[in-house]
Write a protein that binds this ligand. Structure first.
Ligand code: ARG
Length: 598
């Protein structure tokens, strides 16, 4: 069953058409003035203009044509010609019942399912995951779940950063410590040294090597050459690479698990290495690859330019986007090379219709280069490739979040901070004081993660927000913990009803808060559609919050367990069940997990 606005639009479109007017004018939406009526149609304004009649007159004839429609309780013409529409309680009850009976909680699937890849998370091997990967993981996970729920076939891919310069840095560092590697194999001593490296070591090795490369040109050069030698297949280098990759990937998988983030494909940049030579040949054959200062590039600008400052200070109009670097002067594959080859691979293995890259919006130019190159080479149509960018999580200074010491915060530490804050919060409210230590920890974990995730998803993804754990963790207001709490509360109401032997029954609507709750339940499908179209889970976050609030109002004013009249109680129980089911579904689409009790 379609949602109420869609049902009304059908009737209004017919009424406009019957007046010889464009049926598209009959579009009905949620009212800006819900105090006057829940729905409105503004089509009479444009219709009046087109027909050269006063809009109010048009609105009045349309209203009179709607007089016999059984679902409509009232149509009022307001102001210059707005149509304010209210529905009958019977119509609301039928909609609430349909939502309650629907395993999809009132959500319609997409008409034409697509094959979709969601590329998100994207941690770099040898670097611990940090707060920058938090948003990519949280938003990407939600988008993956949303697309899948709407009926698309979806693959989430972590796309580990495991093939670039950072690996060359680590290998160069290894050689500096343990001697240069001459041949194609590691000496037993080198192998022993390698196996002695721990995750802790790795986490300081990389930042040190990266800092050194900035200062020390000889070291930087060595790292560049090491990158090229690794990519050309040197087996000894490959061993070092594999060891470091496995070590850090294991830790990153732990972080993902803690966040409730899971991938269908745990692939990395290195996985497309075998495809690169063929792709380079193909690009050359198509006349797209050109030599530029010893490197091989693809020109992707279509006539646009952007001002660019040269080293000597002169400003020129440079082609924009700049050329995509495919092979460096050392002969290595670059960030864009592996991204381009990954498109080739995904097209071959998944014949995707759409590939979404959930990555920091500051990488916008990079993706524009890659997508244009892919389109030029015929690997994927431009419209099938989309960068879903997001802003940063900032510190109180308004700049991307840093630790007090000024470093980047490790994701694992951030998660522990959230958990600790959740423990404090729960203890302060004496929640879980009678739980086993294990259950208490589980609840604290779920509350902590929900706080982090919801705070992130509650903003439009393009907007940056300020990290404020106290606010994220509040049990009041638009927060993850509030939503978990509401869902647990409904569970407990239903449990008590069950214990009392009360059964849910057919839904009837008569109280204003029952109407409001039905309208909230009805809004799910539109929220899903908006989140899907805009690739923006915050529409779902909004929905979860307004549903929880509508339930709260309903529960305060419409007694369930104390209600004497059996039919009313049964109807309200059914409404509570439908709310819990839809709320749980929405929270799941956001990646939040509610405990059984708290
Ligand atoms: N590893 C990259 C980073 O940390 C993110 C990868 C994003 N995905 C992609 N296909 N480029 O910046």
């Amino acid at each position: 069953m379609s949602d109420l606005a869609t049902t009304l639009t059908r009737h209004l479109a017919a009424a406009f058409a019957a007046e010889g007017l464009d049926p598209a004018l009959g579009a009905v939406k949620r009212s800006d003035r819900p105090d006057l009526a829940p729905f409105q149609c503004n089509g009479a304004m444009a219709a009046g203009k087109a027909a050269g009649k006063p809009p109010r007159t048009v609105a009045e004839v349309v209203a009179s044509r709607l007089a016999g429609v059984p679902e409509i309780a009232s149509v009022e013409v307001a102001g210059p010609g707005f149509l304010n529409i209210a529905l009958t309680d019977a119509c609301l009850a039928a909609r609430a019942q349909a939502v309650a009976d629907d395993p999809r909680c009132g959500a319609t699937p997409v008409a034409a399912p697509r094959r979709v890849i969601v590329d998100y998370g994207g941690p770099n091997v040898a670097k611990p995951m940090h707060v920058g990967h938090l948003r990519a993981s949280i938003i990407g996970e939600s988008i993956k779940r949303l697309f899948r729920f709407r009926g698309d076939e979806v693959w989430g891919d972590a796309h580990f950063g495991d093939w670039g310069f950072q690996m060359g840095l680590l290998i160069a560092d290894f050689e500096e410590r343990n001697g240069a590697i001459e041949g194609d194999d590691l000496s037993p001593l080198a192998l022993e040294k390698l196996r002695g490296v721990t995750l802790e070591d790795l986490q300081s090795l990389y930042p040190e090597a990266a800092a050194r490369a900035k200062e020390d040109e000889a070291f930087r050069d060595r790292a560049r050459k090491a990158t090229a030698r690794l990519q050309s297949g040197n087996a000894a280098y490959r061993k070092i690479w594999a060891f470091y990759r496995d070590l850090s990937m294991a830790a990153q998988k732990e972080d993902f698990r803690a966040l409730g983030v899971d991938f269908d494909l745990w692939k990395g940049e290195a996985d497309v290495d075998p495809l690169i030579p063929g792709m380079v040949e193909d690009l050359r054959g198509k006349g797209l690859l050109v030599e530029d200062q010893g490197a091989q590039v693809v020109h992707v600008a279509g006539g646009e330019t952007k001002k660019r400052k040269l080293e000597d200070g002169t400003v020129i109009d440079a082609p924009f986007p700049p050329p995509l670097l495919v092979v460096s002067s050392e002969g290595s594959a670059m960030y864009g090379t592996t991204d381009l080859a990954t498109i080739v691979e995904r097209a071959k293995d998944f014949s995707f219709d759409l590939c979404l890259y959930v990555v920091d919006q500051r990488q916008g130019d990079h993706f524009e280069q890659v997508f244009r190159a892919a389109a030029l080479a015929g690997y994927a149509p431009r419209a099938a490739l989309e960068h879903v960018g997001f802003g940063t999580m900032n510190g109180p200074d308004g700049k991307p979040f840093k630790t007090r010491a000024g470093g980047v915060l490790r994701l694992a530490d951030l998660i522990e901070m959230a958990r600790e804050k959740a423990r404090e919060r729960l203890r302060a409210d004496e929640i879980g004081s009678d739980f086993s230590a294990e259950e208490f920890e589980d609840v604290a974990h779920k509350v902590g993660i929900a706080a982090l995730k919801f705070a992130d998803l509650a903003n439009f993804r393009g907007t940056s927000y300020v990290f404020d754990l106290d606010r994220f963790m509040s049990f009041e207001g638009k927060t993850g913990p509030y939503l978990l709490y509401q869902s647990v509360r409904i569970k407990s109401i239903l449990r008590k009803a069950d214990e009392a032997g009360f059964k849910a029954g057919p839904i009837a609507i008569s109280h204003p808060n029952e109407r409001a709750l039905t309208l909230a339940l009805d809004a799910f499908d539109a929220a899903l559609a908006a989140a899907y179209e805009k690739r923006a889970p915050h529409f779902l976050a909004e929905h979860a919050f307004s549903l929880a609030q509508a339930f709260s109002g309903f529960y305060t004013n419409c007694p369930i367990l104390p209600e004497k009249e059996e039919a009313v109680r049964a109807s309200r129980l059914a409404l509570a069940q439908a709310t819990l089911k839809q709320l749980a579904r929405t929270l799941d689409l956001l990646g939040l997990e509610a405990p059984a009790r708290m």
